[in-house]
Ligand binder design. Structure first.
Ligand code: SF4
Length: 362
Protein backbone atom coordinates (compact mmCIF):
# COMPACT_ATOMS: atom_id res chain seq x y z
CA UNK A 1 0.00 0.00 0.00
CA UNK A 2 1.23 3.49 -0.82
CA UNK A 3 1.50 5.80 2.19
CA UNK A 4 1.31 9.58 1.90
CA UNK A 5 2.11 10.39 5.52
CA UNK A 6 5.84 9.72 5.70
CA UNK A 7 7.84 11.71 8.22
CA UNK A 8 11.44 12.85 7.98
CA UNK A 9 12.39 10.67 10.97
CA UNK A 10 10.92 7.54 9.37
CA UNK A 11 12.69 8.23 6.09
CA UNK A 12 16.02 8.90 7.80
CA UNK A 13 15.68 5.64 9.72
CA UNK A 14 15.20 3.79 6.42
CA UNK A 15 18.12 5.63 4.73
CA UNK A 16 20.46 4.77 7.60
CA UNK A 17 19.62 1.06 7.89
CA UNK A 18 22.46 -1.45 7.53
CA UNK A 19 22.98 -1.57 3.78
CA UNK A 20 22.12 -5.25 3.25
CA UNK A 21 18.86 -4.82 5.13
CA UNK A 22 18.02 -1.66 3.18
CA UNK A 23 18.71 -3.31 -0.18
CA UNK A 24 16.72 -6.42 0.71
CA UNK A 25 13.72 -4.36 1.78
CA UNK A 26 13.87 -2.11 -1.28
CA UNK A 27 14.25 -5.05 -3.67
CA UNK A 28 11.27 -6.76 -2.02
CA UNK A 29 9.06 -3.67 -2.44
CA UNK A 30 10.29 -3.33 -6.01
CA UNK A 31 9.30 -6.90 -6.94
CA UNK A 32 5.80 -6.46 -5.53
CA UNK A 33 5.09 -3.41 -7.67
CA UNK A 34 7.25 -3.79 -10.78
CA UNK A 35 8.88 -6.31 -13.06
CA UNK A 36 12.48 -6.23 -11.75
CA UNK A 37 13.85 -7.07 -15.19
CA UNK A 38 12.30 -4.11 -16.98
CA UNK A 39 13.79 -0.63 -17.13
CA UNK A 40 12.18 2.33 -18.81
CA UNK A 41 14.46 4.18 -21.23
CA UNK A 42 13.93 7.89 -21.89
CA UNK A 43 15.78 10.22 -24.21
CA UNK A 44 16.26 13.76 -22.99
CA UNK A 45 16.30 16.34 -25.74
CA UNK A 46 17.33 19.92 -25.13
CA UNK A 47 14.96 21.77 -27.45
CA UNK A 48 16.14 25.20 -26.26
CA UNK A 49 19.53 25.40 -24.60
CA UNK A 50 21.08 28.10 -22.42
CA UNK A 51 20.27 31.72 -21.72
CA UNK A 52 18.01 30.92 -18.76
CA UNK A 53 17.23 33.84 -16.43
CA UNK A 54 17.14 31.62 -13.31
CA UNK A 55 20.08 31.12 -10.93
CA UNK A 56 19.95 27.38 -10.10
CA UNK A 57 23.43 26.92 -8.63
CA UNK A 58 24.01 23.56 -10.34
CA UNK A 59 22.99 24.57 -13.84
CA UNK A 60 25.32 25.54 -16.70
CA UNK A 61 22.33 26.85 -18.67
CA UNK A 62 21.81 29.84 -16.37
CA UNK A 63 22.82 32.87 -18.44
CA UNK A 64 24.47 34.55 -15.47
CA UNK A 65 27.24 31.98 -15.04
CA UNK A 66 28.66 32.11 -18.60
CA UNK A 67 29.76 28.49 -18.76
CA UNK A 68 31.12 26.94 -21.95
CA UNK A 69 27.87 25.51 -23.25
CA UNK A 70 26.57 26.54 -26.64
CA UNK A 71 23.07 27.92 -26.46
CA UNK A 72 20.48 27.53 -29.19
CA UNK A 73 17.02 28.85 -30.02
CA UNK A 74 13.99 26.61 -29.97
CA UNK A 75 14.43 23.63 -32.30
CA UNK A 76 12.01 23.13 -35.17
CA UNK A 77 9.28 20.49 -35.13
CA UNK A 78 11.02 18.55 -37.93
CA UNK A 79 14.35 18.53 -36.02
CA UNK A 80 12.59 17.19 -32.95
CA UNK A 81 10.79 14.53 -35.00
CA UNK A 82 14.08 13.34 -36.52
CA UNK A 83 15.66 13.06 -33.05
CA UNK A 84 12.62 11.26 -31.64
CA UNK A 85 12.74 8.69 -34.46
CA UNK A 86 16.41 8.13 -33.75
CA UNK A 87 15.64 7.68 -30.04
CA UNK A 88 12.86 5.21 -30.80
CA UNK A 89 15.05 3.10 -33.06
CA UNK A 90 17.66 2.85 -30.33
CA UNK A 91 15.19 1.55 -27.74
CA UNK A 92 13.74 4.63 -26.01
CA UNK A 93 10.03 4.60 -25.25
CA UNK A 94 9.90 8.20 -24.04
CA UNK A 95 11.20 11.54 -25.24
CA UNK A 96 11.59 14.27 -22.65
CA UNK A 97 11.91 17.75 -24.16
CA UNK A 98 13.68 20.33 -22.02
CA UNK A 99 13.65 24.08 -22.61
CA UNK A 100 15.75 26.45 -20.49
CA UNK A 101 12.85 28.73 -19.59
CA UNK A 102 11.78 30.19 -16.25
CA UNK A 103 8.16 29.54 -17.19
CA UNK A 104 6.00 28.83 -20.20
CA UNK A 105 4.68 31.89 -22.03
CA UNK A 106 1.66 31.66 -24.29
CA UNK A 107 2.67 32.49 -27.86
CA UNK A 108 4.36 31.14 -30.97
CA UNK A 109 7.10 29.20 -29.17
CA UNK A 110 4.65 27.40 -26.90
CA UNK A 111 2.44 26.65 -29.93
CA UNK A 112 5.49 25.04 -31.53
CA UNK A 113 6.13 22.95 -28.43
CA UNK A 114 2.49 21.78 -28.54
CA UNK A 115 3.05 20.72 -32.15
CA UNK A 116 6.19 18.80 -31.09
CA UNK A 117 4.09 17.00 -28.46
CA UNK A 118 1.49 16.02 -31.08
CA UNK A 119 4.22 14.85 -33.45
CA UNK A 120 5.97 12.60 -30.92
CA UNK A 121 2.69 11.23 -29.61
CA UNK A 122 1.88 10.16 -33.19
CA UNK A 123 5.13 8.18 -33.20
CA UNK A 124 3.60 6.11 -30.37
CA UNK A 125 6.17 7.29 -27.86
CA UNK A 126 5.53 8.74 -24.41
CA UNK A 127 6.15 12.49 -24.46
CA UNK A 128 7.43 14.42 -21.46
CA UNK A 129 8.22 18.14 -21.23
CA UNK A 130 10.26 20.16 -18.79
CA UNK A 131 9.65 23.81 -19.58
CA UNK A 132 9.66 25.54 -16.21
CA UNK A 133 6.60 26.79 -14.39
CA UNK A 134 3.19 26.28 -16.02
CA UNK A 135 -0.32 27.52 -15.33
CA UNK A 136 -3.34 25.23 -15.17
CA UNK A 137 -4.50 26.29 -18.65
CA UNK A 138 -1.05 25.67 -20.11
CA UNK A 139 -0.94 22.21 -18.49
CA UNK A 140 -4.34 21.44 -19.98
CA UNK A 141 -3.20 22.56 -23.42
CA UNK A 142 -0.20 20.24 -23.13
CA UNK A 143 -2.49 17.40 -22.02
CA UNK A 144 -4.79 18.00 -24.99
CA UNK A 145 -1.82 17.85 -27.37
CA UNK A 146 -1.03 14.37 -26.02
CA UNK A 147 1.58 15.01 -23.31
CA UNK A 148 2.20 11.94 -21.15
CA UNK A 149 4.33 13.48 -18.38
CA UNK A 150 5.53 16.85 -17.13
CA UNK A 151 8.84 17.08 -15.30
CA UNK A 152 9.31 19.64 -12.56
CA UNK A 153 11.92 18.69 -9.97
CA UNK A 154 11.79 19.78 -6.34
CA UNK A 155 15.61 19.56 -6.40
CA UNK A 156 16.11 19.34 -2.62
CA UNK A 157 14.36 19.92 0.70
CA UNK A 158 12.43 23.15 1.15
CA UNK A 159 15.09 24.35 3.60
CA UNK A 160 18.07 23.66 1.34
CA UNK A 161 16.36 24.92 -1.80
CA UNK A 162 17.06 28.45 -0.58
CA UNK A 163 20.80 27.70 -0.62
CA UNK A 164 20.77 26.76 -4.29
CA UNK A 165 18.19 28.96 -6.03
CA UNK A 166 17.14 32.50 -5.23
CA UNK A 167 15.00 33.37 -8.24
CA UNK A 168 11.93 31.32 -7.31
CA UNK A 169 10.49 29.64 -4.27
CA UNK A 170 9.66 26.06 -3.31
CA UNK A 171 5.97 26.89 -3.32
CA UNK A 172 6.26 27.85 -7.02
CA UNK A 173 7.45 24.32 -7.71
CA UNK A 174 4.59 22.80 -5.76
CA UNK A 175 2.09 25.10 -7.49
CA UNK A 176 3.26 23.96 -10.92
CA UNK A 177 3.00 20.32 -9.88
CA UNK A 178 -0.50 21.00 -8.64
CA UNK A 179 -1.39 22.69 -11.98
CA UNK A 180 -0.10 19.63 -13.85
CA UNK A 181 -2.20 17.39 -11.60
CA UNK A 182 -5.32 19.30 -12.67
CA UNK A 183 -4.70 18.04 -16.21
CA UNK A 184 -4.44 14.35 -17.14
CA UNK A 185 -0.67 14.57 -17.46
CA UNK A 186 1.42 12.39 -15.14
CA UNK A 187 3.95 14.04 -12.82
CA UNK A 188 7.69 13.47 -12.98
CA UNK A 189 9.48 15.11 -10.04
CA UNK A 190 12.67 14.34 -8.18
CA UNK A 191 15.91 16.02 -7.26
CA UNK A 192 19.66 16.15 -7.02
CA UNK A 193 22.00 14.85 -4.34
CA UNK A 194 25.56 16.03 -3.82
CA UNK A 195 24.86 19.77 -3.74
CA UNK A 196 26.18 20.08 -0.18
CA UNK A 197 22.86 19.16 1.45
CA UNK A 198 22.60 17.15 4.67
CA UNK A 199 20.98 13.73 5.04
CA UNK A 200 18.06 15.55 6.66
CA UNK A 201 17.66 17.53 3.44
CA UNK A 202 17.63 14.34 1.35
CA UNK A 203 14.98 12.93 3.64
CA UNK A 204 13.13 16.29 3.52
CA UNK A 205 12.98 16.13 -0.26
CA UNK A 206 11.60 12.60 -0.11
CA UNK A 207 8.99 13.72 2.44
CA UNK A 208 7.90 16.49 0.05
CA UNK A 209 7.62 14.02 -2.86
CA UNK A 210 6.16 11.05 -0.99
CA UNK A 211 3.46 13.09 0.74
CA UNK A 212 2.11 14.38 -2.57
CA UNK A 213 -1.20 12.65 -3.13
CA UNK A 214 -0.97 10.99 -5.57
CA UNK A 215 2.79 10.50 -5.51
CA UNK A 216 4.67 11.37 -8.74
CA UNK A 217 4.50 8.62 -11.33
CA UNK A 218 8.19 9.18 -12.00
CA UNK A 219 11.05 10.39 -9.78
CA UNK A 220 14.51 11.14 -11.16
CA UNK A 221 17.36 10.91 -8.66
CA UNK A 222 20.34 12.84 -9.98
CA UNK A 223 23.89 12.99 -8.69
CA UNK A 224 25.30 16.47 -9.11
CA UNK A 225 27.69 16.73 -12.04
CA UNK A 226 29.74 19.79 -11.02
CA UNK A 227 30.25 22.07 -14.02
CA UNK A 228 33.00 24.65 -14.19
CA UNK A 229 31.66 28.16 -13.96
CA UNK A 230 28.63 27.29 -11.84
CA UNK A 231 28.49 28.07 -8.11
CA UNK A 232 28.66 24.33 -7.32
CA UNK A 233 31.73 23.68 -9.51
CA UNK A 234 33.89 22.62 -6.55
CA UNK A 235 31.39 20.31 -4.95
CA UNK A 236 32.73 16.80 -4.20
CA UNK A 237 31.07 14.05 -6.22
CA UNK A 238 28.91 11.69 -4.19
CA UNK A 239 29.81 8.03 -3.77
CA UNK A 240 27.86 5.13 -5.23
CA UNK A 241 26.86 4.17 -1.67
CA UNK A 242 24.99 7.43 -1.20
CA UNK A 243 23.21 6.99 -4.53
CA UNK A 244 22.34 3.42 -3.63
CA UNK A 245 20.86 4.45 -0.29
CA UNK A 246 18.88 7.26 -1.93
CA UNK A 247 17.47 4.99 -4.65
CA UNK A 248 16.55 2.26 -2.15
CA UNK A 249 14.88 4.72 0.21
CA UNK A 250 12.94 6.32 -2.65
CA UNK A 251 11.75 2.88 -3.77
CA UNK A 252 10.51 2.01 -0.28
CA UNK A 253 8.59 5.25 0.32
CA UNK A 254 7.31 5.54 -3.26
CA UNK A 255 6.56 1.94 -4.22
CA UNK A 256 4.61 2.55 -7.44
CA UNK A 257 6.81 5.30 -8.83
CA UNK A 258 9.30 4.74 -11.63
CA UNK A 259 12.57 5.71 -9.98
CA UNK A 260 15.01 7.10 -12.52
CA UNK A 261 18.75 6.74 -12.13
CA UNK A 262 19.59 10.03 -13.81
CA UNK A 263 22.59 12.37 -13.99
CA UNK A 264 25.91 11.04 -12.75
CA UNK A 265 25.82 7.60 -14.38
CA UNK A 266 29.08 8.24 -16.25
CA UNK A 267 30.84 8.10 -12.87
CA UNK A 268 29.20 4.80 -11.92
CA UNK A 269 30.51 1.35 -12.78
CA UNK A 270 28.20 -1.26 -14.26
CA UNK A 271 28.35 -3.05 -10.91
CA UNK A 272 27.19 0.14 -9.19
CA UNK A 273 24.34 0.64 -11.63
CA UNK A 274 23.33 -3.03 -11.30
CA UNK A 275 23.04 -2.53 -7.54
CA UNK A 276 20.85 0.54 -8.15
CA UNK A 277 18.54 -1.50 -10.42
CA UNK A 278 18.40 -4.18 -7.73
CA UNK A 279 17.51 -1.49 -5.16
CA UNK A 280 14.56 -0.31 -7.24
CA UNK A 281 15.74 2.02 -9.97
CA UNK A 282 13.72 1.17 -13.07
CA UNK A 283 14.31 4.03 -15.44
CA UNK A 284 17.31 5.68 -17.08
CA UNK A 285 18.06 8.44 -19.54
CA UNK A 286 19.72 7.23 -22.73
CA UNK A 287 21.99 9.20 -25.05
CA UNK A 288 25.44 10.66 -24.61
CA UNK A 289 24.20 14.03 -23.32
CA UNK A 290 21.80 14.86 -20.50
CA UNK A 291 20.81 18.34 -21.65
CA UNK A 292 24.37 19.62 -21.35
CA UNK A 293 26.16 17.12 -19.10
CA UNK A 294 27.72 13.78 -20.15
CA UNK A 295 25.83 10.48 -20.07
CA UNK A 296 26.75 6.92 -21.17
CA UNK A 297 26.05 6.25 -24.86
CA UNK A 298 23.14 4.08 -25.94
CA UNK A 299 25.28 1.19 -27.19
CA UNK A 300 27.01 0.91 -23.81
CA UNK A 301 23.65 0.97 -22.05
CA UNK A 302 22.19 -1.71 -24.31
CA UNK A 303 25.29 -3.86 -23.73
CA UNK A 304 24.77 -3.39 -19.98
CA UNK A 305 21.09 -4.39 -20.34
CA UNK A 306 22.15 -7.56 -22.18
CA UNK A 307 24.71 -8.39 -19.52
CA UNK A 308 22.16 -7.94 -16.74
CA UNK A 309 19.24 -9.54 -18.59
CA UNK A 310 17.24 -6.30 -18.45
CA UNK A 311 14.61 -5.37 -21.03
CA UNK A 312 13.52 -1.88 -22.02
CA UNK A 313 9.95 -1.17 -20.92
CA UNK A 314 7.54 -0.59 -23.81
CA UNK A 315 5.70 2.71 -24.20
CA UNK A 316 2.37 2.99 -22.39
CA UNK A 317 2.83 -0.16 -20.29
CA UNK A 318 1.88 1.77 -17.16
CA UNK A 319 -0.85 4.03 -18.54
CA UNK A 320 -2.68 4.24 -21.89
CA UNK A 321 -1.52 6.55 -24.66
CA UNK A 322 -3.13 9.99 -24.33
CA UNK A 323 -5.28 11.12 -27.25
CA UNK A 324 -3.90 14.03 -29.16
CA UNK A 325 -6.26 16.84 -30.19
CA UNK A 326 -5.26 19.04 -33.14
CA UNK A 327 -4.66 22.78 -32.69
CA UNK A 328 -7.87 23.54 -34.62
CA UNK A 329 -10.03 21.33 -32.40
CA UNK A 330 -8.45 22.45 -29.16
CA UNK A 331 -10.84 23.29 -26.32
CA UNK A 332 -8.27 25.23 -24.33
CA UNK A 333 -7.14 28.44 -25.96
CA UNK A 334 -4.14 30.68 -25.75
CA UNK A 335 -5.02 33.06 -22.88
CA UNK A 336 -1.99 35.30 -23.28
CA UNK A 337 -1.14 34.50 -19.67
CA UNK A 338 1.68 36.33 -18.00
CA UNK A 339 1.50 35.00 -14.45
CA UNK A 340 3.49 36.71 -11.74
CA UNK A 341 5.50 33.83 -10.34
CA UNK A 342 7.21 34.82 -7.13
CA UNK A 343 10.63 36.43 -7.02
CA UNK A 344 11.92 35.72 -3.51
CA UNK A 345 13.90 38.40 -1.77
CA UNK A 346 16.95 36.40 -0.67
CA UNK A 347 20.29 36.23 -2.46
CA UNK A 348 22.85 33.42 -2.43
CA UNK A 349 26.37 34.70 -2.02
CA UNK A 350 28.08 31.92 -4.00
CA UNK A 351 25.71 32.49 -6.94
CA UNK A 352 26.60 36.19 -6.93
CA UNK A 353 30.31 35.32 -6.72
CA UNK A 354 30.02 32.87 -9.64
CA UNK A 355 28.42 35.58 -11.75
CA UNK A 356 31.15 38.07 -10.87
CA UNK A 357 33.89 35.49 -11.54
CA UNK A 358 32.46 34.67 -14.97
CA UNK A 359 32.69 38.34 -15.95
CA UNK A 360 36.41 38.39 -15.26
CA UNK A 361 37.09 35.30 -17.42
CA UNK A 362 39.31 35.89 -20.44
S1 SF4 B 1 17.76 24.28 -14.05
FE1 SF4 B 1 16.24 25.01 -15.53
S2 SF4 B 1 15.41 26.84 -14.53
FE2 SF4 B 1 17.32 26.42 -13.48
S3 SF4 B 1 18.86 27.67 -14.55
FE3 SF4 B 1 18.86 25.62 -15.51
S4 SF4 B 1 17.48 25.78 -17.24
FE4 SF4 B 1 17.05 27.52 -15.90
Amino acid sequence: MTRNDWTKEEILAIYNKPLMELLYEAATVHRIHHDPNKVQVSTLLSIKTGGCPEDCGYCPQAARYHTDIEGNDLMSVSQVKAQALRAKSSGSSRVCMGAAWRNVKDGKEFDNVLEMVRTINKLDMEVCCTLGMVTENQAKRLAEAGLYAYNHNLDSSEEYYKEVISTRGYQDRLDTISNVRKSKVTVCSGGIIGMGESLEDRAGMLVALATLNPQPESTPINALVPVEGTPLEEQQKISIWEMLRMIATTRIVMPETQVRLSAGRTDMSREGQAMCFFAGANSIFAGDKLLTTPNPNVDDDMAMFKLLGLKPQKAFEKKPQPQSVSAEESKYKHLGEKPKWSRPGHTIERNVEAKAKSKTKV
